[in-house]
Design a binder for this molecule. Structure first.
Ligand code: SF4
Length: 646
């Protein structure tokens, strides 16, 4: 008999089950980090598999210690397992040594709760937050002995579903997936399970197609097999049309107006996770309007959690999980209303208990340094900020304006207070970027490093991470071309020549990885052949530099007769039909075009924080946005952006 702690913190006996390891010891002894595969964690929920109607496997396409650091699986795990008629179990991709052992021994990928093969579940769901995870999804399906192509799966295979930020352009994986969740999943997963349960209890009327027809009626659910894509001779999309009367012409993103209570009893790993701490999502979405930011659009608008709920959640996580660190998660933590007050209250409440609080995603202001200083149990190794661009011109292009004075004052405050490391994130290859912009960046890095000269103690180091900019679907830069490899290399060289200082360390993202990400993020359905071809050649965990091989992908593109540059490096006309044109984020195309034009003209726009509502489209869907727009109109502004701007 196993006693289990459920997510509402009451101890319940949920099932009679002997605790047993699923994979044989003979395998676990031989692989790296066997704790990835043994389950049985504190707060894991093990229900009676055979007595539950809807069984859902939640798959995260990365290794256990990465997946356990992601919030999407625990949120759905909590919601599903609260229902008496449903259960959710977790699965992560095995590292290649374990994958080989599974195949060599004729085994199958198992869940971490009841150690059931994926094939036993009714539904297998993938959380796809990044394009480079697509081959890993195929690897998991293959290890589960489930055919990758939706058309090859007979009725007795589980339904394969997916959701996550990269599913705002689901087309590259549309031929593998039966149904997608577009947008916030908290409400749609409940409706999904209701529909699945009724279909199953009702004798599976209409078979899989019958189920898909019912699912297509749920707001935010996309059934790709009900749509046909036609292409023009030049390779661009001619049309995306419904082939089934139940399918809506456009799939509207699901948006929850109020965040549901945070998860306070997630499973706690026995091994060290990448983020080894409790996490509370203090707000979703961002009030800023950075034009490069995909998350800024697909999680728009900002929705904050009440302070009291956060304070209570911190108490519960510490009690239920034993963590000594709580991370307050948000796209821009500094923008949480009353963040100083919240941090002050948490610090006071946990004084003397050795509980650390971490604040990711701080804005570049000296106030952020003061905020971090006010944290209890701080670790003074490094502070991280993301200016993204250095020259005032380019900052206006991307709509993230941080004055030199602000950045220098922030660095000065950090050094004065004894921080020994400062990490700065910048991007290379932003639209309209020139070598002059990069010279300005180099000058700024020298000025910042110069400030560290008078710092107390050991001289601080400056680490600068330069990622290649990848234009994303649904953002104002969705029409922009991505820089080619030669240009990026030239820009890197330009910076290296100008930043030859021992205390400043530059690092880059892999240019080929960025090209692949660019092609997949704005790609169409034909790319499924490329993804499959790359996986067949051995690609898996492509986000891991030590496992990534561009050659496999290049061969897969050649075999499919497709060119990654066609997807990534082309400036697209406004008239082009995008592969994701039937997926609606809620932000209108008119708003995105206006923002793109303003970017090219070097004009910044107001955000939802300091400026009146910009009428991005969400005012039609979100009460708070509508109220903000009403306020703007009553203050004398137009409800529409200026027509000349569109
Ligand atoms: S509708 Fe207005 S307030 Fe709401 S997200 Fe859009 S611009 Fe911001």
């Amino acid at each position: 008999m196993v006693k289990l702690r459920t997510s509402n913190s009451t101890e319940q006996q949920i099932c009679n089950q002997e605790y047993n390891l699923a994979y044989p010891d003979s395998i676990l002894y031989k692989v790296q980090k066997p704790a990835r595969y043994t389950g049985g964690e504190v707060n894991a929920i093990v229900k009676d598999f055979d007595a539950t109607t809807v069984r859902l496997a939640l798959c995260f396409p990365d290794v256990y210690e990465v997946g356990m650091s992601n919030l999407s699986v625990p949120i759905l795990y909590d919601i599903v397992n609260r229902r008496p008629d449903a259960l959710a179990e977790r699965a992560y991709v095995p590292w290649p040594d374990m994958a080989k052992a599974i195949r060599d021994n004729g085994l199958s990928l198992l869940s971490l709760e009841n150690f059931r093969p994926m094939k036993d579940f009714d539904v297998v769901g993938f959380s796809l937050g990044a394009e480079l995870a697509y081959t890993t999804m195929l690897e998991m399906l293959n290890l589960a002995q489930i055919p990758a192509w939706a058309a090859d799966r007979a009725e007795d295979f589980p339904l394969i579903v997916a959701g996550g930020a990269s599913m705002f352009n689901p087309e590259p994986v549309a031929d593998f997936i039966d149904a997608f969740f577009i947008g916030d999943g908290e409400d749609s997963i409940i409706e999904f399970i209701d529909v699945y349960r009724d279909w199953k209890n009702g004798g599976r009327k209409g078979g899989k197609v019958g189920l898909l027809k019912r699912l297509a009626a749920i707001r935010g659910m996309y059934v790709p097999s009900f749509y046909e894509v036609k292409y023009k001779d030049d390779g661009t999309v001619a049309s995306v049309t419904q082939t089934n009367a139940v399918a809506p012409e456009k799939i509207a993103r699901r948006i929850i107006q109020t965040l549901p209570p945070p998860v306070t009893s997630p499973p706690v790993p026995y091994m060290e996770a990448v983020q080894d701490r409790g996490v509370i999502e203090i707000s979703r979405g961002c009030v800023r309007g950075c034009r490069f930011c995909h998350a800024g659009v697909v999680y728009r608008p900002a929705r904050s959690r009440p302070q009291q709920e956060i304070i209570q959640a911190a108490d519960e996580i510490i009690e239920n999980c034993g963590y000594d660190e709580i991370s307050l998660l948000s796209l821009s933590t500094s923008d949480y209303p009353g963040i100083d007050d919240l941090v002050g209250k948490l610090a006071e409440r946990h004084q003397g208990k050795h509980i650390a609080i971490s604040l990711p995603s701080l804005r570049v202001t000296p106030g952020s340094v003061a905020l971090v200083e006010s944290l209890p149990e701080k670790r003074k190794s490094g502070l991280t900020f993301a200016p993204e661009a250095a020259s005032p011109r380019l900052q206006k292009v991307i709509n993230k304006v941080i004055s030199d004075e602000e950045l220098l004052a922030t660095a000065q405050a950090a050094f004065d207070r004894g921080w020994t490391g400062l990490k700065l994130y910048y991007m290379l290859g932003l639209p309209t970027e020139t070598l002059d912009d990069l010279s300005t960046m180099a000058d700024m890095l020298h000025r910042i490093y110069g400030l560290s000269r008078g710092a107390p103690g050991r001289r601080p180091q400056l680490r600068v991470s330069l990622s290649t900019f990848v234009p994303k679907a649904h953002t104002p830069f969705q029409w922009a071309a991505q820089d080619d490899e030669e240009t990026i290399t030239q820009k890197q060289r330009h910076l290296i020549e100008r930043v030859r200082v021992k205390g400043i360390r530059l690092s880059w993202s892999d240019a080929k990885m960025s090209l692949l990400e660019g092609a997949l993020s704005r790609g169409d359905r034909r790319l499924s052949k490329v993804i499959y071809g790359a996986w067949k050649r051995g690609s898996v965990l492509d986000g891991w530099t030590e496992l990534f091989s561009w050659q496999r992908w290049a061969d897969a593109f050649t075999e499919a007769g497709l060119d990654p540059a066609f997807y990534a490096r082309r400036t697209r006309p406004f008239a082009e039909v995008f592969p994701w044109s039937h997926i609606e984020s809620g932000v209108t195309e008119g708003f995105l075009i206006r923002e793109y034009r303003r970017a090219l003209a070097g004009e910044a726009s107001g955000d939802c924080h300091d400026a009146p509502c910009q009428a991005c489209g969400l005012q039609e869907l979100i009460d708070e946005c509508a109220a903000s727009l009403t306020h703007r109109i009553s203050a004398g502004a137009s409800s529409q952006p200026p027509p000349s701007a569109i």
